[in-house]
Ligand binder design. Structure first.
Ligand code: NAD
Length: 307
């Protein structure tokens, strides 16, 4: 890894960077001259336990390759943890320029069997964690009038998927969080974008292969590697992308996707008389029905394999 200058002078914090997609982003950012904070709690893919070794290993790899990095072991899933993570960046490098909200956990189960804990753990890390860490960095970004957020969303929320009510809700929430941060902080030159990655990691390995649908889905994802997400994430961090904000991208191997964002596609208006339940049934629903979406899941939309 030779260290070049694309991100020279920038301090990049990557949460959940002890493995998977985040570790690749951390290593690539460091190779492009960034000073990197490698945050990882080191828990299980379901959100249990803690272990400092994953973050330490990635820091060691970056330093061995000639880059600069420090570990951070706090959880993103609390206000105080997130404040401590951003403070780790300030203590080590004196500033913060980029936050990659990448930490995530998965607890797949059908909605009618989902426990309150399955819901709360997944929202706490994926959605609240993204808010807490972004919010902890926001005063620094505002004060220095620059900053960049990259948040990991998912087609499980943007499109929908089986057995992922908790995760889908969190990841669609992340897309809303990102867009509204982009609007609120535009005047401070702060940018906020999302990436929906596709890659086989230990997290995806927890999806139960108990149905034909999941087996087929896993067979395809198994061929997609997490290193492929990092180049676009690092490109977004650079000043060359300073006009890019409020967008939702996808990365599948060598394919980069720009996603649509919801807009009205058809409307009906009742005039001054307004609607009654009966006229909604007689006129509004028939007028809209032809434009309604099928119950598509992510693999129904991504029907071809980029590998
Ligand atoms: N792999 C995919 O196909 C895919 C698809 C869509 C979205 N994503 C998202 O991409 C991101 C990276 O996932 P991945 O596939 O590399 O999985 P991964 O399990 O390899 O990485 C997630 C990392 O987050 C860390 N983490 C979990 N809870 C944490 C906490 N509270 N505080 C700090 N760190 C914590 C874990 O220890 C782990 O190292 C996640 O947000 C995930 O939801 C992945």
């Amino acid at each position: 890894m030779s260290v070049d200058t694309l991100l020279k002078g920038k301090v990049v914090l990557v949460t959940g960077a002890g493995g998977g997609i985040g570790a690749h982003i951390a290593r690539l950012a460091a190779s492009r001259g960034a000073q990197v904070v490698v945050n990882d709690l080191g828990g299980s893919p379901h959100g249990d336990g803690a272990d400092q070794r994953p973050a330490q290993t990635v820091v060691h790899e970056i330093r061995t390759a000639g880059g600069e990095a420090v570990p951070s072991f706090h959880s993103v899933a609390s206000w105080d943890g997130a404040q401590a993570i951003v403070q780790d960046a300030i203590d080590a490098f004196g500033r913060i320029d980029v936050v990659v909200n990448n930490a995530g956990v998965l607890r797949d189960t059908m909605f009618h069997k989902m426990s309150a804990e399955d819901w709360e753990v997944v929202e706490a890390v994926n959605l609240s964690g993204s808010f807490y860490v972004a919010r902890a960095a926001a005063p620094h970004f505002k004060q220095q009038e620059s900053g960049c957020f990259v948040h990991m969303t998912s087609t499980s929320g943007l499109i929908g998927n089986l057995g992922q009510v908790n995760y889908g809700a969190a990841k669609l929430g992340v897309a809303g969080l990102s867009k509204c941060i982009a609007i609120d902080m535009e005047k401070f030159n702060v940018r906020s974008n999302c990436i929906a990655p596709f890659a086989f990691t230990r997290m995806v390995g927890t999806i139960p292969a108990d149905t034909e649908y999941n087996r087929k889905r896993l067979d395809v994802v198994k061929r997609m590697t997490p290193d492929k997400i990092a180049p676009f994430a690092v490109g977004l961090m650079s000043d060359a992308a300073k006009d890019v904000s409020g967008q939702i991208f996808g990365v599948r191997m060598n394919e980069i996707i720009l996603f649509s964002q919801p807009r009205p596609i058809r409307t009906v208006h009742a005039g001054d008389e307004g609607w009654t339940p009966e006229t909604c049934i007689e006129r509004a629903l028939p007028a809209l029905r032809g434009s309604m979406y099928k119950l598509d899941r992510s693999p129904h939309v991504f029907t071809w394999d980029p590998v």
